[in-house]
Design a protein around this ligand. Sequence first.
Ligand code: CUA
Length: 441
Amino acid sequence: MTGPLRIRSGKSGEATTAVGSMLRGSLRRGALLLAASLVLVALAAACAREHPLDTLAPAGPDAAEINSLFYPVLGVAIVVFFLVQGAIVYLVVRYRRRQAGADGSSQSQGPDSAASDDGDDGDDGDDEYPLQVHGNLRLELAWTIIPTIVLAVISVFTLTTLVKLEEVSAAPDDLRVTVVGQQWWWEFQYHLDGNTSTPPDIVTANEMVMPVGVQVPLEITSRDVIHSFWIPRLNGKRDAVPGRTHPWVIEADRPGRYGGQCTEFCGLSHAYMRMYAVAVTLEEFDEWVARQLEPAVPLLEGEAGYEGQQIFLANCANCHVVNGVSDTNLDGLPDEPGIYGGGNQITSSLVSGAAPNLTHLLSRTTFAGSVFDLYENRAKYLRYNSVADRGKLNRGELDAWIRNAPARKANAPDDSRGMPSFPGLSDSEVSDLIDYLATLQ
Ligand code: CUA
């Protein structure tokens, strides 16, 4: 983004100087603006390293399609940009108004005489219009037909690409994932048999684990407002609209952890509605699935984490599901036909009560819309599946989140959405709770 910005500022700067000394101040302003935008770009780039959303580094065939459309269109846009800007600069310089000589013959013109030329030709009067071209049929035809042809050619390639992005190559009984957007996190419901009308086999949040080299068809929807699903290194955007299901596909051709972001403004924490697509080898994916299919085992009195489990059941289980432990808390589910394939009739223990399913919380690397790191040392573990066994749990971040989540990430003003604060929990209760969460591998 620095490139075009710099070019544009530089060009207007040159033009200003040419027009006259009276506008020299705006050159200084332009330089200031350029410096400020460079600082902003540098800051934005620093954020990007934390959470890479690189649109120019495709890691899958769909993103590669978009990329190979992008460069030719950019090329056309650059040519058009320089032709138009060049023409403007030429006209501004060629027909600029010049200071009259010492005799002061052109002191006070009205607004009508702005375009005058007493310059190089030396034969035009100061207050005369240059030759007007209104009604020049050939010129008007040219500047209508040429852009039409340019846009028509671009639209053919754009439409072809759009159609390609929709193509599903996966078999109907292959893995399919329902993506549910909610203020302000993402839920991924895995249908291992490809049938999205039955309860999902696996429900997880914010990190979508997928095998490499395999196309994963998605069905994208929302529980509340309109969101937009976007993992730029794997494919373009697709809106998540409540009451509707939008098909989409995603495919990675090499292992990696690809950042994503909600791209439809959806409320206070829209910017903090992030996610990751984690592409792993087929072998690792099977390993991950096997682990996710295991329910949690309720802890018995005396076992490590039991106190925390009881605190969890009393305070957290109204919204958060832990399969095998808090299944009974689903009665309060709102009736949402179209999302679970029939609303409340399906009381699968896997469906979350409108908050992230925590059964295998520790198998993920982030929490709260992928805004916070779950581990202090995640970067050391390149294998996604090993982080739960070897990572160092970020207890400080979890502690702060449990006590006062709205202070860490903005909620709806009336706290109707998002995680509430728990000021009533004592230090030891919060610590017990984290001990319990640490058992959810
Ligand atoms: Cu969800 Cu923006």
